[in-house]
Design a protein around this ligand. Structure first.
Ligand SMILES: *Cc1c(COP(=O)(O)O)cnc(C)c1O
Length: 358
């Protein structure tokens, strides 16, 4: 059985060392020393001044919307994980879908202005598969129309644009540190901003609004994370560079093996520092996608239709996004994780070739 992804677990003794400390201190959660250490180490790793460790990547988006006080319509992408859209609705706003770029699958900045109405308060876009959105174009549009910008960077840990972490862009960026993501703390997430006032607001929002024991600053929620999760994050972080090197080589090898296959890939060549978090391939049509998926499944190999259906096509959403609809019908993510072997990759390629030529 080859799964589509496999969470990375550090050597057991490395995590045990963090557990020993937790038992010594008897401090399990509420902004403990491991949470602080992880925040510090992540700031160093990413080259950022500000970030907060939170309980997951979904609450990270919700905190961002809340901290910016967004109301009304939020322009967003149909091609992302469902949490991008549900967070908007959960915070009482309405998603307005703008179609994606056919080569990068991120939101098409040239279509944003036509979707702006007097009720638009922000743009919430996803760096899907770690492919950076057109951040500079989006910034210009946002400035011109007085809109806020949030980036869902759940896939984008470690990605850089113009020598800076991708998380430096937008008013607030978010990330997910879920077990299936490239960097993880079992469950977890991050919010990033350059604005110290916004950061302070999110510090309060993360912890019920507490500003000291007896004072409250606004309506908060529980978005804290625990010492156990922070310990896992710290243990995983030291292995991340090695994991990235492995995944980069796996992606290169897949592309070599797939030379005879009629598939294409989203455009990542001009990403200056990519993270190889996923391996999406685009089939010529949905029939060959389904045939290929079935052939993989029959051989015990996992694959996932990330992202199908498009988020404009849910029971509770609407939007006309033909490019996204077309891409989401034809895209499939193949197994990609630290311990996937070359032999397994060869087998996957053989199965796909056979399915195509049958
Ligand atoms: C995983 C993911 C999320 C949600 O993160 P969780 O940590 O699972 O809550 C949000 N957006 C995207 C694009 C994701 O892939």
């Amino acid at each position: 059985m080859i799964p589509v992804t496999k969470p990375f677990l550090p050597p057991r003794e490395e995590y045990d060392r963090y557990l020993d400390g937790i038992w010594e201190r008897n401090w399990l959660t509420n902004n403990g020393p491991l949470v602080n250490e992880l925040e510090l180490r992540l700031k160093e790793h990413l080259g950022l001044d500000h970030l907060l460790f939170v309980s997951n990547g979904t609450i990270a988006i919700q905190l961002a919307i809340k901290a910016l006080g967004l109301k009304g319509e939020i322009i967003t992408t149909p091609f992302s994980y469902v949490a991008t859209t549900t967070s908007i609705i959960w915070e009482g706003c309405s998603p307005v879908f703008v179609d994606i770029l056919p080569d990068k699958f991120t939101i098409n900045p040239d279509l944003i202005e036509a979707a702006i109405t007097p009720n638009t308060s922000a743009i919430l876009a996803t760096h899907v598969y770690g492919i950076p959105c057109e951040v500079e174009k989006i910034q210009k549009i946002a400035e011109k129309h007085g809109l806020k910008v949030i980036y869902d960077g759940a896939h984008a840990f470690g990605v850089q644009v113009k020598g800076k972490s991708i998380f430096e862009y937008g008013d607030i960026s978010t990330c997910s540190f879920h077990a299936t993501k490239i960097f993880h703390s079992i469950e977890g997430g991050g919010v990033f901003t350059k604005d110290p006032e916004l950061l302070k607001r999110m510090v309060h929002l993360r912890n019920f609004g507490h500003d000291g024991f007896e004072k409250f600053n606004g309506i908060g929620i529980n978005a804290k994370n625990s010492e156990f999760h922070a310990g896992m994050g710290l243990a995983v972080l030291t292995h991340l560079d090695r994991i990235l090197t492995i995944k980069k080589e796996q992606v290169r090898f897949y592309k070599e093996l797939f030379k005879g296959l009629k598939v294409s890939f989203p455009h990542t060549n001009d990403v200056e520092k990519y993270n190889y978090a996923y391996f999406p391939i685009l089939f010529p049509d949905v029939t060959i996608l389904k045939k290929s998926m079935k052939a993989l499944e029959d051989n015990g190999i996992g694959s996932r239709r990330y992202f199908y259906p498009g988020l404009n096509n849910l029971d509770y959403t609407q939007g006309d996004c033909p490019i996204s609809d077309n891409v989401s019908e034809r895209v499939l993510c193949l197994p990609l994780y630290h311990s996937l072997t070359k032999e397994e990759q060869r087998m996957i390629a053989r199965i796909l070739l056979r399915a195509q030529n049958n």
